[in-house]
Design a protein around this ligand. Structure first.
Ligand SMILES: NC(=O)c1ccc[n+]([C@@H]2O[C@H](COP(=O)([O-])OP(=O)(O)OC[C@H]3O[C@@H](n4cnc5c(N)ncnc54)[C@H](OP(=O)(O)O)[C@@H]3O)[C@@H](O)[C@H]2O)c1
Length: 275
């Protein structure tokens, strides 16, 4: 399947870009137009890998930024000379906003931000997309990459892009913690850790599947489990007491958003361009 603009460069291939590659691979994408650029040169199965942009070949139509946001100031000047006026810069960098990216890549055709989550590896990801300047062709090229990896949506503004990222980008980590807590409950009641984890994972998986299939409200779903005066209702009373789960999750999302803002100003200021 041809989904990659030619040529496509992936700058960095760690957790997130690696998850994208896994998803594209299981969607049987043809990696012929793709080159991974990473300093370690660690091979990526089925994808040409080089250690610097200078070795990657003709200027890319698409370049995916998959390094850490804090490295933008260091990597951008090395990369920018190899891009052309036709290059789409697709950034995965949390906190680096479109204006900051544009300052780093003034000659690129367009700047697109993407915030995928780890579940793209199994093609059940959620990806927020945002651009201030992408035309229909560039948007179609980028959409084609993500439509095979789960649920993708273009947001109208950068605030909503951040909101999707806050919930979905970090979400798998929060859900992993909840699964772990559920499993610990099973261990405390005599299950082996492996069995407890398998049961907790399958419960969350099945509930997500059910919710996605029926599209009912979460209140209705919970009500279908909790019969009046029954065991689940007793458990929910604890979870719901003074809205503590809602406040805890709100605090979690606020903390991540605050770090995102901080990261954004660190990234914007790291090259002195803002000040
Ligand atoms: N992890 C997530 O769930 C997630 C979700 C959404 C967005 N993101 C974003 O994705 C980006 C990558 O995160 P990650 O978790 O994948 O990080 P990671 O696992 O630490 O991977 C970082 C990658 O950057 C590469 N790199 C380091 N220095 C470089 C340089 N000078 N030039 C080119 N590449 C360089 C590394 O190359 P080597 O492999 O050769 O060392 C590595 O492949 C971040 O900007 C993050 O905000 C992550």
């Amino acid at each position: 399947m041809n989904i990659f603009p030619s040529p496509t460069w992936l700058i960095g291939c760690g957790n997130m870009t690696g998850a994208l590659v896994d998803g594209w691979r299981s969607a049987t994408a043809d990696f012929a137009p793709v080159t991974v650029v990473r300093p370690s040169g660690t091979p990526v199965e089925g994808v040409r890998t080089v250690t610097s942009a200078g070795q990657a070949g003709p200027p890319p139509r698409l370049v995916v930024l998959g390094f850490k946001p804090q490295q933008l100031g260091e990597v951008a000047p090395q990369l920018a000379p190899y891009l052309s006026a036709k290059t789409i810069v697709l950034s995965l960098l949390a906190g680096a906003n479109a204006a900051t990216l544009r300052r780093h890549f003034p000659g690129a055709a367009t700047i697109v931000r993407a915030m995928p989550n780890l579940a793209v590896a199994v093609r059940r990801g959620v990806t927020a997309l945002y651009s201030e300047d992408a035309g229909d062709t560039a948007k179609a090229e980028v959409s084609r990459l993500f439509e095979h990896l789960g649920f993708g949506l273009w947001t109208l503004d950068e605030a909503r892009f951040g909101a999707v990222g806050a919930v979905a980008g970090s979400g798998p980590a929060y859900v992993a913690r909840f699964i772990d807590a559920l499993a610990k409950g099973g261990v405390a009641r005599g299950l082996s850790p492996d069995t407890a984890q398998a049961i907790a994972v399958e419960t969350v998986y099945g509930t997500g599947w059910l919710a996605a299939s029926t599209r009912e409200s979460m209140d209705d779903l919970a009500r279908r489990v909790a019969s009046p005066k029954g065991t689940t209702e007793a458990g929910l009373a604890v979870l719901d007491q003074d809205g503590r789960l809602d406040s805890l999750v709100m605090e979690v999302i606020d903390a991540a958003a605050a770090r995102g803002t901080q990261l954004g100003s660190e990234v914007a200021g790291s090259d002195g361009l803002l000040h």
